[in-house]
Design a protein around this ligand. Structure first.
Ligand SMILES: Nc1ncnc2c1ncn2[C@@H]1O[C@H](COP(=O)(O)OP(=O)(O)OP(=O)(O)O)[C@@H](O)[C@H]1O
Ligand SMILES: [Mg+2]
Length: 257
């Protein structure tokens, strides 16, 4: 199963990615975390791994991704068909992931200078990597995405089985719910929600913002320990009750999604 975490900037996507990854490991799963955020660099700190080199580097000197994509378009090869290779958990190129305690972190690439424009290229690479990655029964993928919805417009959502939108108590998060709902429908990917950084005052407001409250997988209250770990760049632990609840739901113990 491939889960994609999306939501507005700062809503808690990376935090929830890390909490879910840690919890999955506690439950005996092997986890690949795919960092598709081209700007922020801190995910590895809260995951407790080193920073992996950009996956773009793996393709340097190999067949140009752009050529492969162009040829695929001309031949009408369906989007999502692996064009650049296939991988399993064990064959993800050693030099392009960082492992720690059952988690492998892969990052598509980080923009380092003003000449690295062309977001489509990074999303295309992420789609290729995800499309080419075959999982065993005990393996899961969590995709930590860029803020906002551009990656959805570029069809990255097609590469996942479930989309989880993080909603935090901000006007912008609430405003993004209808857009993400529409895009998930268009991509034919099931959409679920987690509410994050809630307080007694904001929880009812956020709950109302979700069109179908049965789609709320769990609520992550505002938590000083999480905030401090994020600030200091320290690994987040497994055992978070809301992360456990999310996993129970998506694993179909209570429902089929
Ligand atoms: N439940 C929570 N309680 C307290 N603080 C939280 C919680 N969830 C996230 N935070 C804090 O909120 C901030 C933003 O979180 P995070 O970086 O995970 O968001 P993001 O959606 O990945 O942001 P970006 O869009 O910039 O990648 C961080 O400082 C993090 O520690
Ligand atoms: Mg993030």
């Amino acid at each position: 199963m491939k889960l994609m975490i999306c939501g507005k900037g700062g809503s808690g996507k990376s935090t929830i990615t890390a909490l879910l990854a840690r919890q999955y490991v506690l439950e005996g799963k092997r986890v690949v975390v795919v960092d598709t955020d081209v700007s922020n660099t801190g995910l590895h700190h809260i995951l407790g791994t080193n920073a992996p080199p950009d996956l773009t580097g793996y393709f340097v000197g190999q067949r140009s991704m752009r050529d492969a994509m162009r040829e695929a378009r001309q031949k009408g090869i369906p989007r999502g068909t692996p064009l650049l290779g296939t991988w399993t958990y064990d064959t993800i190129p050693e030099g392009f992931c960082e492992s720690s305690g059952g988690i492998k972190l892969v990052r598509v690439g980080k923009i380092q200078n003003a000449n690295q424009h062309g977001k489509g290229r990074w999303v295309g690479l992420a789609r290729q990597f995800l499309g080419g990655l075959t999982l065993a029964d005990n393996e899961r993928v969590i995709i930590d995405s860029d803020a906002g919805v551009e990656h959805l417009a570029r069809k990255l959502g097609e590469a996942c089985d479930v989309l989880i939108m993080v909603i935090d108590p901000t006007f912008e998060s609430i405003g993004l719910v209808p857009t993400v709902s529409l895009m998930a429908d268009e991509l034919h990917v099931p959409l679920y929600f987690v509410l994050n950084k809630t307080t007694a005052e904001t929880l009812p407001i956020l709950t109302k913002a979700v069109p179908d409250p049965s789609r709320i997988l769990a609520v992550f209250p505002a938590d000083l320990t999480i905030r401090e770990a994020g600030f200091k760049g320290e690994a987040l632990p497994g055992g978070n009750p809301a992360a456990t609840a999310v996993i129970q739901r998506v694993e179909g113990k209570e429902w089929k999604g």
